[in-house]
Write a new protein. Structure first.
Ligand code: AMP
Ligand code: MG
Length: 418
């Protein structure tokens, strides 16, 4: 039997993602106040027990009356009606007396017997009478009970990420708390003798640790709780000790130390820890070395991601693999970023064999999508990640893509759509 060598990637990014998805699980749930619910993932379906709005009400400041009284109204022959009542938002419902009008404010209950509201700016008023200059249709400027949400409607679905409008709906439905999934705790560990934290003295040959900071921001963005554990120097003992400290978390991320170098200790340490390694490489560029492993502990299952060290590779592998895992743990229904076709504005050549993720800038011209690269695509050029607004995904078999050809772009800053 042929055994795949460790450094020969066999999995496509999609296959790698499928393996990750099969290993994910859902975290427990908790109740939070609406004030703290933004960005959390719903752990219950929300079915309305009431109509919203709860009663027919006026959409305008104006006059409520019966549409049939205005049937023959015109500029030349306005209809005049006495104003017998006034009603504002919060007042109890009143009665429309025959052949009269009620002065009504936005949000006030439509009087019994009225079927239309005419905005004040379309009327005039003298001596307690209002003049109407045109006919109106039944229901004009009336917000009907239940037109936003009808009683019995499923308003929000388990797994949705709560946002401002969803939280407003919950408040309208008289909720003060909501059941959500616990936030995933994500440990972040940098590895490398060459790394120095920002703000500290930088000896010759050293570089700043940037990955930990980028990954920290990404974890927060997707709703997880990042826990930064520092830099593990390139020795087995230190790497093992710091990874062990991370085991209280649901997900552990390391960056660096997963290539084929002599100082790349991460895979060895994981085996010693009893980790089940699901894959070690992915057929993609950048991001070929990328470990995904599972550790079964008494306290529960832990997911491990050994991301590559190069800043672009590490961020890109996070987006493709760790982001969906965090979302699934937190009960998310949607994990896919939108992908669409765009017309390439330059010629690109690449080697056969791997899926390429190029940093791209898309523009919309006359409703059509175009895309170009951010320029040099080295996996150490973090600026390319910042300047891009999408990734251009080129399939493994492609070698040349001409300017004017269609390519797939992934909108990495857009929220998940499927
Ligand atoms: P490695 O896989 O450990 O050999 O790292 C690959 C490259 O990424 C090297 O050039 C490292 O210096 C760089 N690198 C590793 N970790 C970080 C980090 N945390 N921040 C910035 N660059 C890093
Ligand atoms: Mg290293």
């Amino acid at each position: 039997m042929m055994v795949a060598k460790k450094n020969i990637p066999t999995l496509s990014p999609n296959e790698a993602l499928s393996l990750i998805c099969t290993e994910t699980f859902q975290l427990s749930t908790e109740s939070v106040s609406l004030w703290d619910a933004d960005g959390r993932f719903l752990a219950e379906d929300i079915v309305s027990e009431m109509d919203i709005p709860p009663f027919d009400n006026s959409a305008m400041d104006g006059f409520a009356t019966k549409s049939e009284y205005l049937r023959f109204a015109s500029k030349e022959n306005p209809v005049s009606l006495p104003i017998l009542h006034e009603i504002k938002a919060g007042d109890q419902r009143c009665e429309l007396t025959a052949n009269s009008a009620v002065r009504i404010m936005t949000g006030a209950m439509i009087p019994h017997g009225a079927d239309v509201v005419i905005p004040v700016e379309e009327t005039s008023e003298t001596n307690g009478k209002v003049f109407f200059y045109s006919p109106a249709n039944k229901g004009d400027n009336i917000r009907l009970a239940g037109e936003d949400v009808a009683k019995g409607m499923k308003v929000l679905q388990k797994g949705e990420r709560l946002n401002a409008a969803a939280i407003g709906l919950l408040a309208s439905l008289n909720r003060t708390t909501v059941q959500v999934f616990r936030k995933a705790r994500v440990a972040i560990i940098a590895t490398g003798d060459e790394l120095v934290e920002p703000g500290q003295y930088l000896p010759e040959g050293h570089i700043r640790n940037s990955n930990a900071y980028s990954l920290y921001a990404e974890v927060s963005k997707y709703g997880g709780v990042p826990l930064y554990l520092g830099i593990a120097r390139d020795c087995k003992e230190e790497t093992a000790a710091i990874i062990e400290k991370a085991i209280t978390c649901d997900i552990i991320i390391t960056t660096g130390g997963v290539s084929m170098g002599q100082y790349d200790f991460v895979p060895e340490v994981l085996r010693d820890l009893g980790m089940r390694i699901v894959f070690e490489t992915v057929k993609m560029k950048p991001g070929k070395p990328c470990i995904f492993g599972v550790l079964e502990k008494k306290s529960g299952k832990k997911l491990f991601f050994g991301l590559p060290g190069n800043p672009v590779s590490s961020l890109l592998s996070f987006i493709q693999f760790v982001r969906p895992a965090i979302l699934l743990l937190m009960g998310a229904r949607k994990i896919r970023k939108p992908e669409m076709c765009a017309i390439l504005k330059e010629k690109i050549t690449k080697k056969r064999g791997r899926t390429h993720f190029l940093r791209g800038i898309f523009t919309i011209e006359h409703g059509r999508l175009f895309v170009k690269t951010t320029g040099p695509q080295g996996s150490g050029i973090l600026r390319s990640m910042h300047e891009s607004n999408c990734l251009i995904i080129l399939p493994p078999e492609k070698e040349v893509v001409e300017s004017g050809e269609e390519v797939i772009i992934q909108l990495i800053h857009h929220e998940e759509i499927a």
